[in-house]
Design a protein around this ligand. Structure first.
Ligand code: BTN
Length: 265
């Protein structure tokens, strides 16, 4: 029997923090992001967390679905109400990626890599992903839902065929069952800390931390944007979270969306 998440215990680990004072826990949901967005639109407070043991319609980025079997992984969404302009909202995704990478490092004993913009990879395979959804109007960011999915105790035999070559889990990597309650507590604490640092010190220190997990920094990369392919050297990220690419001849291009992979040397 897989161990279940213990929301009461998570809450006691977070006593002094701003995030996770309220944890909405479900055995099954369509998507923790969908519910968190609805709760936020109805006035839920900053820091409320939604966690589910399974999702029937887990959402991935770019309209993809997120594989969400019961009792093995982590599916979590946090409601934030940051004092940021809509243009700075992408910073929250990058800050969340740092918090997630820190958490994975703690449980793995080695740093994972961040694949721009916010996939967490180990050994080139995806361990975790982040889907951020915001409510904005022209002037104001009303709220942001940060949704995090982590493959924790998923055995290799349960990986669906279509992601088998591209995905991994903490169990596959370490051969050990991870206590999901402890992982979730650590993740929420790290999110709290990184979010606080963003507020107090601004984005540049967080961008530097993000870049410390960005293995392709300084390397030759290929960026695929639909039919368009651009080659260049990945220099880092700017304050919008865009990837800064130095092209041949020295011109730079800011990449807002696209698939970035290492180019052959
Ligand atoms: C990605 O495509 O890499 C992002 C995946 C994000 C999945 C998480 S699981 C918890 C939250 N609820 C969702 O429906 N999606 C996110």
């Amino acid at each position: 029997m897989p161990e279940s998440l213990r929301p009461e215990e998570i809450r006691t680990q977070l006593a002094s923090g701003r995030l996770g004072k309220t944890i909405h826990y479900f055995i099954e949901l369509d998507s923790t992001n969908r519910l968190a967005y609805k709760l936020a639109a109805e006035g839920a407070a900053e820091g409320e967390v939604v966690v589910a043991e399974a999702q029937t319609r887990g959402k991935g980025r770019l309209g993809r679905s997120w594989f969400s079997p019961p009792g093995l992984n982590l599916y979590l969404s946090v409601i934030l109400r940051p004092n940021l302009s809509p243009a700075d909202a992408p910073q929250l995704t990058l800050v969340s990626a740092v918090a997630l990478a820190d958490t994975v490092q703690r449980f793995l004993g080695a740093p994972p890599a961040i694949k721009w913009p916010n996939d967490i990879l180990v050994g080139g395979k995806k361990l975790a992903g982040i889907l951020t959804e915001s409510s904005v109007d022209a002037q104001r960011l009303h709220f942001v839902v940060v949704g995090i999915g982590v493959n924790v105790n998923l055995p290799a035999s349960m990986l669906p065929e279509e992601i088998r070559g591209a995905a991994t889990s903490l169990l596959i990597l370490t051969n050990k069952i991870v206590d999901r309650t402890a992982f979730t507590g650590e993740l929420i604490r790290n999110l709290d800390r990184c979010y606080g640092e963003l507020e107090q010190r601004g984005f540049p220190p967080m961008a530097a931390r993000w870049e410390s997990f960005f293995e392709l920094k300084g390397r030759k990369v290929k960026v695929e944007m639909g039919d368009r392919v651009v080659l260049g050297i990945a220099r880092g990220i700017d304050r919008d979270g865009a990837l800064v690419l130095e092209k041949q001849g020295g011109a730079t291009e800011r990449i807002i969306a696209g698939d970035v992979t290492r180019a052959e040397a």
